[in-house]
Design a protein around this ligand. Structure first.
Ligand code: 5RP
Length: 243
């Protein structure tokens, strides 16, 4: 029998995000240096981290992946380090726009993909926090965010369009383009409905002049804390760095 589930309202989605976000904070232990991701789900992890620092005297330092996250963490009085001053990050916790069963990701819906990737790659492990709407069979339905140089975005768009079967659009439009924390722009690239080889596509995109970073995170994520229908489950990648 096929059971139809009622569509989730905004409050339902928000409560799933909160559950996953709070649960993911359980990966943080005393003394860690933690990469703090960007987005509406990991926001709950950051709020929970601040609560644990206050109430449990947890000693941690955070490395923010965006100016938005920096502002939130500063407001919550989480001790922060700059990426260049953090010798070793124990863990990064971040959101995702899509994740597949290989734990590969599309990120950058919030525009912070470049620093998110730098921080994740500098970490001993990466945990993604998401509701189950982000879980896909194959990556690609979500338009792939690519950060590009602000001055030369038009020629970079031509290069990407030669690879991309769908639309490549400048986020925010030409009149008011979105500007990243690195003063770049974002091209949202419709490579879907599916991306058959995310690693190969990432390499091709990164070889185009003017590309700063692509929102494909391949072989970086070690676990996903996923909220689904009121339950939180933690999926750990077999052979990943959290085994
Ligand atoms: C920001 C990101 C976010 O982590 C991603 O867009 C998910 O955000 P949210 O939890 O708000 O859905 O990659 O660049």
């Amino acid at each position: 029998m096929h059971v139809r589930r009622p569509p989730r309202g905004v409050a339902g989605v928000e409560s799933l995000k909160e559950k996953a976000g709070v649960s993911a904070c359980g990966f943080v232990t005393d003394g860690m240096v933690v990469g703090l991701g960007t987005g509406s789900t990991v926001r709950y992890t950051i709020i929970e981290l601040a609560r644990r620092i206050r109430q449990e005297d947890l000693k941690v330092s955070g490395v923010p992946t965006s100016e938005d996250t920096r502002q939130l963490a500063e407001m919550l009085e989480i001790p922060l380090l700059e990426i260049q001053d953090a010798k070793n990050l124990d863990l990064t916790i971040d959101g995702a726009d899509e994740f597949d069963s290989n734990f590969d990701l599309i990120k950058g819906g919030g525009g912070a993909l470049t620093r998110e990737k730098i921080v994740a790659l500098a970490s001993d492990a990466m945990v993604v926090v998401a509701d189950d709407s982000k879980h896909v069979g194959t990556l690609g339905a979500f338009p792939l965010p690519v950060e590009v140089d602000e001055m030369t975005w038009e020629s970079t768009r031509k290069g990407i369009s030669a690879l991309c079967p769908g639309e490549v659009s400048l986020r925010g439009g030409t009149d008011d383009p979105y500007v990243t924390d690195n003063c770049g722009h974002i091209l949202d690239c419709s490579f879907g409905p599916t991306i058959s080889d995310p690693a190969a596509l990432e390499a091709k995109i990164r070889s185009i002049g003017g590309v700063v970073e692509a929102g494909l995170f391949v072989g970086i994520c070690d676990a996903v804390v996923m909220a689904s229908h009121g339950e939180v489950s933690t999926l750990v990648k077999s052979g990943g760095r959290l085994n």
